[in-house]
Design a protein around this ligand. Structure first.
Ligand code: ADP
Length: 374
């Protein structure tokens, strides 16, 4: 927008008319003081400033404007009856463009100058935009880099823990075998197996992440019954977590078309989280039902729960609730992978929770999921 400052109303009107005829947006002020007030409130590309005005003259206005950071990019064209030297005009006004036109104003010259200043303004605005975008990109990359470093260090630690345990059990096994103590051999073998299973799951998760990133996570969709899947799963999980009672609440009779292994992976992730994040409790409930050609499956625990402000980030890659991350091991990728699997089944994931009272992580998918979603 252009601001014309002149104490003579006829000058204001005629200049405004010409500029508006050439599609410029125009504002006016009839004194230096009014101009300053307007500059504080609005943003102008250009100010056409009469020099001789009662009260503040044009030079004083320009000098005052030079102190406003808001008007840093604003150009000024002075209009004066007398041919004043430009070195007086530039006093105190160092940024933005400056020019000078004598009265009576030659409209074609004024228009040319206005157009030139506008072009310069547009170019510098674009440059500033590019600069801001570049700075944002640099900042974003730094943070990614930072998250990646942090992830690599956590991941290495997570991988090393079960590996060290397995090494320990193998050494103990060697001793027990030498002693011929079959009972202890069996015990150590079981423990080593559990740790290997952990290692296997971690590596599988890491592979899934890289598959998601490269768009190579493939699905093998077929018809299956979720009831059968749940029954088997609860049996196996109850074996691994004997302190927990896993209850199935509700049933689904219809057949689902989807990738059974991947859906099972999501439910296992919800269940292991439900158990991990509910120390001191002993029950986890799977709520399952069929509604409007869709399946709802929620895993309810009575554990630590999640504060409302953190709930929306839970399904993001690497996200872990900071307050609890120190007390529970994990990489912050399980829910991200789960969300991607459900998204690729045309469904949605979510959580309902009250801090300190547990959580219900759930997904909803259509009975017949679309064959392929990218
Ligand atoms: P991980 O458990 O390895 O950190 P996830 O992606 O499975 O990674 O979960 C992300 C975060 O969500 C966890 O770090 C935890 O803060 C929170 N979370 C997940 N499940 C639960 C739950 N049942 N109760 C409370 N917090 C949970």
């Amino acid at each position: 927008m252009i601001l014309i400052v002149d104490d003579t109303p006829e000058n204001l009107i005629s200049l405004k008319k010409v500029l508006e005829k050439h599609d410029f947006e125009v504002d006016t002020a009839s004194s230096g003081e009014e101009a300053l007030r307007k500059v504080l409130r609005n943003e102008y590309v250009l100010i056409i400033l009469d020099v001789q005005m009662p009260g503040m003259d044009g030079f004083e206005v320009a000098e005052a404007i030079s102190g406003y950071s808001k008007a840093k990019e604003t150009a000024i064209i002075f209009l004066s009856a007398a041919n004043t030297e430009t070195r007086f005009i530039t006093k105190g006004y160092s940024s933005g463009g400056l020019d000078y036109i004598t009265k009576p104003v030659d409209m074609s010259v004024l228009l040319l100058k206005v157009k030139t200043f506008y072009r310069i303004y547009e170019q510098s605005r674009k440059l500033i935009e590019i600069q801001t975008a570049l700075l944002e990109e640099i900042e974003f990359r730094k943070q990614a880099e930072y998250k990646k470093d942090e992830f690599i260090s956590i991941a290495s630690h997570e991988l090393k823990t079960p590996l060290t345990s397995v090494k320990g059990y193998v050494q103990l096994l060697e001793r027990s075998i030498d002693k011929g103590d079959v009972q202890t051999v069996k015990k150590h073998l079981l423990k080593a197996q559990t740790q290997l299973e952990k290692l296997n799951n971690l590596i599988a998760d890491l592979l899934d992440i890289s598959k998601i990133e490269s768009g190579k996570l493939k699905f093998n969709k077929q018809n299956f019954y979720i009831g059968d899947l749940l029954k088997n799963l609860v049996e196996v999980m109850s074996h691994s977590f004997p302190d927990y009672k896993i209850v199935i609440n509700g049933q689904v009779k219809s057949c689902i078309f989807g990738d059974e292994m991947r859906i099972e992976q999501v439910i296992i992730n919800f269940l292991t989280n439900a158990i991990k994040y509910s120390p001191g409790t002993s029950e986890v409930v799977i709520n399952v039902r069929e509604e409007n050609e869709r399946i709802y499956l929620g895993v309810r625990d009575y554990g630590i729960g999640i504060a409302p402000e953190q709930q929306k980030s839970l399904f993001e890659k690497f996200y872990r609730v900071e307050e609890t991350a120190l007390h529970f091991q994990g990489l912050g990728i399980g829910l991200y992978i789960s969300a991607e699997i459900i998204r690729r089944h045309g469904g949605t994931v979510g959580v309902q929770s009250t801090l300190g009272e547990g959580a219900e992580f759930y997904f909803e998918i259509p009975l017949i999921s679309p064959p392929e979603i990218d």
